[in-house]
Design a protein around this ligand. Structure first.
Ligand code: ZN
Length: 383
C-alpha cells in the first residue's frame, strides 16, 4: 500500500464528519474524555469505558490501560482542539452537491480518462449525483489516487476489475480467474483483503463472468463459471468485509444456475447483479430475486444504449417497460441505478436523463426514492 493512500486516509476523516451522523460528542477528543472520566483524573480507564474492549485496546496506543484525549485524536485522525493543526483548515476531499428533489446515488460508474477530477465533481453537481462507485478502474493507481483525493468518500470505488478484466487475461488467460489457488489470484485476494481492510476499496468488481456479447472490448469477451472456486473466494472475501461483490453476467441457463449456486454458497455475500443480468427479462429476474435475497440488481446500461440488442432495453427517453415497472414496484428495495461507462458529457447527460425521465419518473415517488439512492446508500454504507 503506497504512502499516498495513508496520507489520503488522514485527509478524508473531516469529510466523514460531513457525511456520517455523529455519535454524541462531535469528534472532540477532550469532550470524549470528559464524558467518560467519572473520577476526574483526566483520562478514561477500562472500567469507565462504556463500549466493547476491542476499540479500547485499539485507541490505547501506548497500552497503559488509560485513554487520553491525544489517543482519541490520533485514533480519529483529528487534530487536538486548540492545536496549530486544528487552526489550519484541512484539505477536505469531497464534492458538495447542491440540494436536489431526487438525488441519485450512482452505484455503477467507471471514471474514464476524458474526465479530470474536477469534471467528475462538476457533472455530479449539475446532475444531482450525490456519490458514485460500484465499479472498478482500469487506470493506474496514481491516477486513481488523484480522483480519490478530489472525491473522498463520495467515490465508492471497487477493486479487482483491472486485474480480472485486463491484466490477468493478458498475462495468464481468462481461465485462471476460476482458480482460487493460482498465484496471481492468491496475490489479488491478499491485496483486496488489505485494501478493503484499509477502506481504500468499498467493494469487489465488477467481475466480468459472462460477457460473450457485452464486453466493451473483444478481448474481454468471455464466459467463466460463476460458481468456480476463484469467484467463490471473491464472494467470501466480500462477505468477510461486509462489502458488495458486483457481477456482470449475461443471462443464459448455465450462467443462471451457476450464479444461483454462488448466491447460495455464502448468503452473507451481497451480490450486485450488474446491468440486472444484461439481457435477462423481468420474469427471469423476478424468480431469481425471490430465490436469492442477497442479490440486488443495478439497472445500469439498460437504456437505449445498444440498438442491436432491444431485449436489453428497460427504460429510454420517457418510457419504462411495463413488465419491469411492475417488477420494480413489487420489489422496490432490490434495485439501484448507475451511469456505467460513458465517453463524453453529452453521453453522460443522455444517460442521466434516461434514468430520471425514463425510469424514475415512471415509478411511484416512494419507489423512485429507493431506487434512486436509498437502496444504494444502505448497501454501500452511505446512510
Ligand atoms: Zn458491466
Amino acid at each position: 500500500m503506497n504512502p499516498a493512500r495513508h496520507r489520503f486516509a488522514l485527509t478524508f476523516i473531516p469529510l466523514l464528519a460531513l457525511l456520517v451522523p455523529l455519535q454524541g460528542h462531535a469528534r472532540n477528543p477532550v469532550e470524549a474524555v470528559k464524558a467518560l472520566d467519572h473520577d476526574g483524573d483526566g483520562r478514561v480507564s477500562l472500567s469507565e469505558w462504556d463500549k466493547p474492549k476491542k476499540p479500547f485496546q485499539r485507541i490505547d496506543k501506548n497500552g497503559d490501560g488509560y485513554l487520553t484525549a491525544e489517543e482519541f485524536a490520533a485514533d480519529w485522525g483529528v487534530p487536538m482542539p486548540g492545536s496549530e493543526e486544528a487552526a489550519t483548515p484541512a484539505v477536505i476531499a469531497g464534492c458538495a452537491i447542491p440540494p436536489h428533489p431526487l438525488p441519485i446515488a450512482d452505484a455503477h460508474y467507471h471514471i474514464l480518462p476524458w474526465q479530470q477530477p474536477d469534471d467528475v465533481c462538476r457533472l455530479m453537481q449539475e446532475h444531482g449525483i450525490k456519490w458514485i462507485g460500484g465499479a472498478g478502474q482500469m487506470q493506474p493507481d496514481a491516477l486513481v489516487d488523484r480522483y480519490k483525493a478530489r472525491l473522498g468518500e463520495q467515490w465508492r470505488i471497487f477493486g479487482g476489475q483491472r486485474q480480472l478484466s485486463m491484466e490477468f487475461p493478458k498475462a495468464h488467460g481468462h481461465g485462471i480467474i476460476e482458480d482460487a489457488d493460482h498465484p496471481a489470484m492468491r496475490e489479488l485476494l491478499a491485496m483486496l483483503d488489505k485494501e478493503l481492510q484499509s477502506g481504500y476499496f468499498k467493494g469487489i468488481g465488477e467481475v466480468h463472468i459472462n460477457t460473450r456479447t457485452s464486453a466493451p472490448r473483444p478481448d474481454w469477451q468471455r464466459k467463466l463459471r460463476a460458481n468456480a472456486p476463484g469467484i467463490k473466494a471473491l464472494a467470501d472475501l466480500a462477505a468477510r468485509h461486509r462489502v458488495p461483490l458486483s457481477i456482470h453476467a449475461q443471462w443464459d441457463n448455465d450462467t443462471e444456475q451457476q450464479l444461483a449456486a454462488l448466491a447460495n454458497h455464502n448468503p452473507q455475500t451481497v451480490i450486485l447483479l450488474a446491468h440486472c443480468g444484461t439481457d435477462a427479462s423481468a420474469s427471469q429476474i423476478r424468480v431469481f430475486l425471490n430465490e436469492h435475497p442477497n442479490v440486488t440488481c443495478d439497472l445500469s446500461s439498460r437504456y437505449d444504449r445498444v440498438k442491436k440488442y432491444p431485449e436489453r432495453q428497460i427504460y429510454a427517453g420517457n418510457k419504462l417497460d411495463s413488465a419491469w415497472k411492475s417488477l420494480i414496484e413489487e420489489m422496490p428495495e432490490r434495485f439501484t441505478v448507475g451511469v456505467d461507462d460513458v465517453h463524453s458529457e453529452k453521453e453522460y447527460a443522455h444517460v442521466v436523463r434516461a434514468i430520471r425521465e425514463g425510469l424514475l419518473a415512471n415509478l411511484t415517488p416512494e419507489t423512485a426514492r429507493r431506487v434512486a439512492h436509498e437502496n444504494a446508500d444502505r448497501i454501500f454504507g452511505m446512510n
